[in-house]
Design a protein around this ligand. Sequence first.
Ligand code: PLP
Length: 439
Amino acid sequence: MTITLIDSWPTSLSSWERAKRTLGGGVSTGLRAAMKPHPLSFSGGSGARLTDVDGNSYLDYVLGWGPVILGHGHPAVTSAVVAQAPHGATYGNGHRLEYEVAERIVDAIPGMDRVLYANTGSEAFQVALRLARAATGRQKYMKFVGHYHGWSDPALIGYRPDADGRLSGPGTRGQSAAALDDVVLASWGDIEATLELMRTHRGELAAVFVEPVLCNSGVILPSHDFLSRLRDACTAIGAVLVFDEVITGFRVAYGGAVERFGVVPDLVILAKAIAAGYSLAAVAGTAALIDQTSAGVVHAGTYNGNPIVLAAARATLDELARPGTYQMLEEKGRALATGLARAAANAGVPLAVNQIGPVVQTGPGVDRIDSFDDFLRIDAAWYDVGIVEMLRRGIYVMPGGRWYLSTAHTDADIAATVAAAGEAFRATTELVGQPGEPR
Ligand code: PLP
């Protein structure tokens, strides 16, 4: 197969220049400003493909940074939204879809009694933290370095090292210094040190938040008893265990990481895959925790549970619940992961690859990603060049090495991707040398 190389994106570039005159940074979320070679502008998507304003078509492994699990413009989701739209966008009061989606969530995730709706994962984190604090009367919470729980003041701590390599400092300029005092930072995967820290802070910890698979920093699976020991320790000290399943929820299994690893937390945060690209988030949990919202714990939001996103969610969950969906997603993920590893080996490029279900992490310049430290050793500068070489060959991937797959990606798409990636790896090496080498 001959691939026509894309050399430049003139209309995307001029769109970005125009956007910058009225839109902060020319992007709707700050991270996008760093996309290589510059933010692209898209005119539409269909299934596994996206088309940009220059007319280039890509196989999409960004998928809106995760949510588009059924591919772009999925017919069942689109019909559900189109059917709801003439009946109104929001009622500011109850409707049938609220409980129909909540029933599906409670049925899907073991141990959950109730659901709350929000619009984004960051908001859902906020209400989960508040519920834990209200229930325990405690202030602090534990999180793990490299785990991401959104961009709010209390959440954005210990995600990436700052310029001095510190993880315990502010996550951004403009953050409340007081937020830092509430966080106890633990090391992902080191259960003995984590348990020791929990013992030290017993009586202070309202909650322990964890991405049950560390998707945001390397797609690192928990060691075999990490989650269950965390569960036992939370019970022992009376802290609320929160699984942040914004990525893993309805993605690594229908019941998310709770089903996959068989460990039941007190609260589960959901977003991304739950509505296939529409902005719905949720917190599922025990009745005792969630019912606090009708007993003096404030949780609000004008758009919470609006019928448009819930119509999308009901259709999405019904699609995902079809027999064989998760086996298919696992097989696609495995095919992509092994294909990329093979393509890298053939190109002589050292590349670690992690995968669970339809989430894959590539790590140029390292031979394994088993810890956050391994993740930080990935040659990100090499990958930035690699991203552009992929883009030139019609493959659209995220910065940082993570790839998402949807149900719409075919075996042929994956094979074409692996072939293009092999060429991109070679081209990148010709341009900047091997990953991991000093340059
Ligand atoms: N938690 C996790 C695990 C995430 O990956 C994200 C976003 O990527 C969030 C929370 C925040 O979600 P949102 O971007 O919808 O606020």
